[in-house]
Design a protein around this ligand. Structure first.
Ligand code: 9D3
Length: 250
């Protein structure tokens, strides 16, 4: 899979993508990350990417022109407004819909993903209206630009691509996966650290007891830290049950 990033800070990404799972996936040739400098598509002497908002207001906006030129030069088909199956353009902005694990799953099946990083006070709205497939945010907090968002989406997506993880199953059977619970608490050696011991059952070797403890501990921790996840598990199960119901009975 090829990831394209359009940004005014191309250097931001080097270290992030050299290490860990993403670095290994690149080294193995499973993914490619092409970082493009937005200023390469400016035409003026000062390589201007921003301008003041019509109607007044604080700060500067990213201009539409260089962003359209960038996308249309990376994917020339887009110049005619043609959309290629397996390719998606995303704008990272604070005004976007929230990115989540199901979107990462979806993106991992694409052949190419192009991420445009917003900056300053925002981006000329014609980019969201007429160029991109989707406008996404990574959460309800204020960042200074879309670069961290693009890195988050690439990391979450790349690790799901077949062959990237050592264990093919581990991408599925984890939190925010099928069961929608947080992981259970986990411990490693030493069995006693500063007087705090590991739950007895985990060192006992009774696998059925361990399985039950882990299930209970995961549900307890999820209820304490992320009760919103438990509610959505309930919603999913209700949805499944009504799917199974006799379609004659509404
Ligand atoms: C008047 C409010 N504005 C500034 C406080 C809104 C605003 C403009 C531009 C807030 C953030 C930004 C820049 N942020 C991003 O480009 C961004 C972002 C984010 O801020 N939060 C979560 N995800 C993302 S993805 C891109």
């Amino acid at each position: 899979m090829i990831f394209h990033v359009v940004t005014i800070f191309p250097d931001f990404f080097r270290a992030a993508f050299e290490q860990g799972v993403v670095g290994k996936a690149r080294a193995a040739g499973l993914i490619e990350i092409r970082v493009h400098d937005l200023r390469d598509w400016t035409r003026d002497r000062h390589r201007t990417v921003d301008d003041r908002p019509f109607g007044g207001g604080e700060g500067m906006l990213l201009k539409a022109g260089p962003i359209f030129e960038a996308v249309e030069s990376i994917w020339p088909e887009r110049r005619a407004g043609e959309k290629i199956p397996g390719q998606k353009v995303i704008l990272l902005s604070a005004q976007g819909a929230r990115f989540h694990q199901a979107r990462a799953q979806e993106f991992s099946k694409l052949s190419e993903l192009l991420l445009i990083c917003g900056r300053y006070e925002g981006v000329d709205e014609r980019v969201a209206e007429h160029l991109v497939d989707e406008e996404l945010s990574i959460g309800d907090f204020v960042l200074s630009g879309g670069e961290l968002g693009a890195a988050v989406i690439i990391d979450a997506t790349a690790r799901l691509i077949a062959g990237v993880l050592g264990n093919e199953n581990s991408a599925v059977a984890e939190s925010f996966g099928e069961e929608g619970l947080l992981d259970c608490p986990q411990y490693t050696r030493p069995a006693e650290f500063r007087g705090w011991t590991v739950p007895e059952v985990l060192v006992g070797g009774n696998h059925e007891e361990i399985r039950k403890w882990r299930q209970r501990a995961a549900a307890e921790k999820t209820g304490r830290i992320r009760p919103d996840l438990l509610r959505s598990v309930g919603d999913k199960e209700n949805a499944k049950r009504s799917d199974d119901e006799d379609p004659e009975q509404e």
